[in-house]
Design a protein around this ligand. Sequence first.
Ligand SMILES: CC(C)(COP(=O)(O)OP(=O)(O)OC[C@H]1O[C@@H](n2cnc3c(N)ncnc32)[C@H](O)[C@@H]1OP(=O)(O)O)[C@@H](O)C(=O)NCCC(=O)NCCS
Length: 222
Amino acid sequence: MRVATVLFGNDRKKLAFASVKFDEWTDFERLLTDSERRVAGGFASEKRRTEFFAGRVAARLALTELHGSESVTILNNDAGVPVVSNEKLAVSISHSEDIAVALAFESDFSFGIDIQIIRAKSVKALKRLVTEKFVPDDAMHLTVAWAIKEALSKCLKTGFTIPYEEFLLADFIKNRNLFECTFVKYPQYIGRAVLWKNYAIAIVGNKEYMADMEIENLLASF
Ligand SMILES: CC(C)(COP(=O)(O)OP(=O)(O)OC[C@H]1O[C@@H](n2cnc3c(N)ncnc32)[C@H](O)[C@@H]1OP(=O)(O)O)[C@@H](O)C(=O)NCCC(=O)NCCS
């Protein structure tokens, strides 16, 4: 489990990050509310239940870091967006393999997070999804680019329900362990990603707020 915070904007607002490995807890359910447990009860697979629980635990840890301890429920709206019962607060959640990550922030802002495991066998599928010629076509770079696109889809709150061209990258810059992308259709947003073990972790947010944010430190804490 990791929790970290960075400040952004002129009035130094907080963006909180948390990660949870599935094997760190044996009793995720205990931390959730009845309505969250009811939702999870409807899932067909144990894996889906575990990632749903772990995502909520990560979101709660991030919310506590942002706002202090408070009892909240996090349910998904019809579009899948995780909605916090305290409407002043918002979260973004992602899970991959055995890890869940979450961001918490005030609901006046929008951020998206994504974590993807890097696998050589995914290259073929990723090449169909990441068509930008400037992205090197190996598993690591394609996964980073894909994670940035997924994080944008969460920042926009649409998921991939809108045309795929909406997620086209304008560039793909690598600076040591940090990747940075802008978007053809959404010049107001920027995506940043880091590698951690065999995962790519991406965050997308408004350029204005990401500019002075020490996102490397946030993600490096992972
Ligand atoms: C949003 C989306 C990109 C997430 O991708 P994913 O492969 O499920 O991967 P992740 O683990 O990274 O993210 C899942 C989390 O994204 C969040 N999420 C789902 N839809 C979201 C949306 N529209 N906006 C913001 N966040 C969303 C949820 O918190 C979800 O976790 P939870 O259900 O446990 O709460 C994808 O689900 C999507 O495009 N959904 C819309 C289209 C759809 O429903 N397709 C059917 C499945 S193919």
